[in-house]
Design a protein around this ligand. Structure first.
Ligand code: ZN
Length: 318
């Protein structure tokens, strides 16, 4: 199996967010990628600029970052042609690697918008190298919000400018080479642009230090929370339903916390993130992490603070 490390550059509405096409807020103008073998050695490179169809002019920020001009993109292939070349170049036996989770989402949104008939096998598993790097350098210093920070932090040689797709893809590969990728790759990511449709497609994965559950789509958050599996608290180790210690409570409508106890495997803290799909359906991602008494205490404290905040709001005169 090969690794396809890819990076995209995209444009946005030059006249501002109010005037953008809501179905395509970001239009891809460059695809760059490196193909690497299982030992992370480069086999090939791919790079193409793309002539934009929706936002013909470049947003000033994009011009600044990429140093591209609208003229550079004239006479380049359109997205459909470019991405078809790219997907053919990828081959059939590969896994995507990207810096962060946005590129894989924008790729799918652009594929959908431009009606390119290509569906990746579901669930779409990939490696988010930014996440893996965070996990691997868990030393409290987190200057890794951008690829350039990470490259600097790791002391890698900076030979090419950032924010051109193929260069960023190559830097991402260098970050992979720098970590123990064979070990960290067990923390793979699952893309949710197309969330599970049916109960049988729902996803439950146990990583070494936490578990993740991705529900199917529901018509609303209320509907989702009527589902037993959505609100269940299952042990990270044995999967049994735990005794709820702190029932679900919400920080905001998109984030819920709770805690449970497995008689055999101890304390767990849980989190539910409420997400929307592109067509406004709701699904949830639930994370379960083994913890200790201080972890439970931290959740109780959070719950207390929320109660206080709500009380204050209620008593505040208008
Ligand atoms: Zn258990």
């Amino acid at each position: 199996m090969n690794y396809i490390i890819f990076d995209l550059e995209w444009n946005q509405c030059p006249a501002g967010k109010e005037k953008e096409n809501k179905r395509l807020p970001f239009e891809i103008i460059e695809i760059g990628a490196v193909k690497a073998d299982e030992h992370l050695q480069i086999l090939d490179r791919f790079s193409t600029l793309i002539s934009p169809q929706v936002y013909q002019k470049l947003h000033y920020k994009v011009r600044e970052m990429s140093k591209l001009t609208s003229g550079d993109l004239q006479n380049c292939p359109d997205f459909k042609t470019a991405v078809t070349d790219f997907l053919t170049w990828c081959g059939t036996d590969y896994r995507f690697c990207t810096w962060g989770c946005l590129d894989i989402m924008e790729l799918q949104r652009n594929l959908q918008f431009f009606k390119v008939k290509h569906r990746f096998a579901q669930p779409l598993i990939y490696y988010d190298i930014q996440k893996l790097l965070h996990l691997s350098v868990d030393d409290g210093s987190q200057p890794l919000s951008s690829l350039s920070h990470a490259v600097e932090y790791l002391g890698l040689e900076i030979s090419q400018p950032f924010h051109r797709a193929v260069h960023d893809a190559e830097y991402t590969l260098q970050v992979m080479q720098h970590m123990d990728f064979a070990y960290w790759s067990q923390y793979y990511s699952i893309d949710t642009y197309y969330a599970p449709s049916t109960k049988s497609e729902e996803i439950s994965v146990t990583f070494p230090t936490y578990s993740k559950y991705i529900s199917r789509k529901f018509s609303s958050r209320e509907r989702a929370f009527l589902d037993r599996e959505v609100t269940s608290m299952r042990c990270h180790i044995c999967g049994c339903e735990m005794q709820p210690l702190i029932p679900w409570f919400s920080d905001n409508p998109r984030l819920y916390y709770g805690a449970g106890l497995c008689r055999q495997h101890g304390l767990h803290r849980l989190k539910i993130k409420v997400r929307k799909t592109f067509n406004n359906k709701t699904f949830i991602i639930k994370i379960t992490v083994p913890t200790d008494a201080s972890g439970i205490q931290a959740i109780r404290l959070r719950q207390e603070q929320l109660r206080e905040r709500r009380k204050e709001k209620r008593h505040k005169p208008d």
